[in-house]
Design a protein around this ligand. Sequence first.
Ligand SMILES: [Zn+2]
Length: 104
Amino acid sequence: MAECPFCRTEVHNEATICKSCGAEKVDTFWGNFNHNLKKNQHAAIRILAIPGLLVGALVGVSVGTNTTAFIGGIAFVFGFAATVALPSFLRTLIFERNKTYWYR
Ligand SMILES: [Zn+2]
């Protein structure tokens, strides 16, 4: 039996959700990666939104205004991948592989 760290309720080893408080037990690589990603997303969107648009606008102006949104989108996706997805992936790979974490 495992114990939910939030409400101290006993949880079956096979169960992934605490019956009492709804906390989620995560013990897979992709599960932890997903949670890391969510944790980092908020900050990253705030940090990247303006530079992403700026780079998009600058590149768009030099190429032609029609492509501004497109280039901005690409820049944002690359920036997002580099600052959120990659660190989350490495963090999960190095520190959280095969470990059990609880999220609520
Ligand atoms: Zn609980």
